[in-house]
Write a protein that binds this ligand. Sequence first.
Ligand SMILES: NC(=O)c1ccc[n+]([C@@H]2O[C@H](COP(=O)([O-])OP(=O)(O)OC[C@H]3O[C@@H](n4cnc5c(N)ncnc54)[C@H](OP(=O)(O)O)[C@@H]3O)[C@@H](O)[C@H]2O)c1
Length: 302
Amino acid sequence: MPFSDLTLNDGHKIPQIAFGTGSALYEKDAADAVEQALNNGFDHIDTAQVYHNEESVGAALRDSGVSRSEVFITTKYGGGNIREELEKSLTKLGVTYVDLYLIHFPASVEKDFAGSWEEFEKIKKDGLAKSIGVSNFTVDHLKKILETANIVPAVNQIRYNPYNHAEHASLLRFAAEKGIIIEAYGSLAPITKKPGGPVDVPVAQAAARLGATPAQVIFSWVKAKGAVIVTTTSKKERLQEYLGVGDLPPLTQEEIEAIDAAGLVPWHNKTVNLCGLDVPRSVLLTVILFLFVIASSRLRCY
Ligand SMILES: NC(=O)c1ccc[n+]([C@@H]2O[C@H](COP(=O)([O-])OP(=O)(O)OC[C@H]3O[C@@H](n4cnc5c(N)ncnc54)[C@H](OP(=O)(O)O)[C@@H]3O)[C@@H](O)[C@H]2O)c1
């Protein structure tokens, strides 16, 4: 069975997997990638003012031929006058409303949480966004919003993976109590940022049982937590791999608990950040060793 939609606290539906245009596509033309995603079954696009590629997302929406009502569009407010920035985003996207409008970072509204959220509520009432929510909010940030809110945020989009599951425990509990759905980005960290870590073991075991890939198991874990998966890829075959998660049998309770437990094991990030690239230390050491061998052999020649 393909992914089914989740119901937000305002009654609107949200597809449980989204194709994102940040991270790898940040400040890049996202048109080809978004069109490829739409043509291969994605019906939820996640973008943002600060990704500086909403125009290319709009071009992909037009060129794909997918009708507006068949695609769920999220964009995020990153600073400036809220209403004006949303109107600019709508123009760039070529739409009259977004399905979900998020405060991208608490810092974007820290000068006036109450007034900013009131503006978001007006945007929802005026039909420019069907649902409104937040991103990267802690429990304290959510409480600040809720002090004066008439509308509870529909979602909180956060970095969420087995390695930070435990540190988010109180946030996840609070969100569940308030009916705020978690959207998870960066979930593939066990593969992309921390390969070789303790989570790999239970993920590989579940993958073997299900005949699935490790990425599919990690997304199945996110799905089991009731969160929306926000991911991306440049590769067509991975789109199918990601969407295939909707067809897999669910993880067992034991598998979920084994992944949770492995995420708790202290694990040092064995990567070094070089000019924005996370390079595994082993690769870096191999390159240094290689350069050292070349340099010393050249010295011997002179
Ligand atoms: N709200 C926020 O502050 C915030 C922050 C960050 C991201 N986001 C949103 O979340 C979206 C996804 O973020 P993310 O990139 O962190 O998501 P992710 O799902 O953790 O990672 C996606 C990346 O994993 C790579 N990948 C997939 N399978 C792989 C494998 N088997 N081996 C190696 N690499 C693999 C893909 O690369 P290939 O292209 O090679 O397939 C892709 O670039 C963003 O585009 C953005 O929309 C939001």
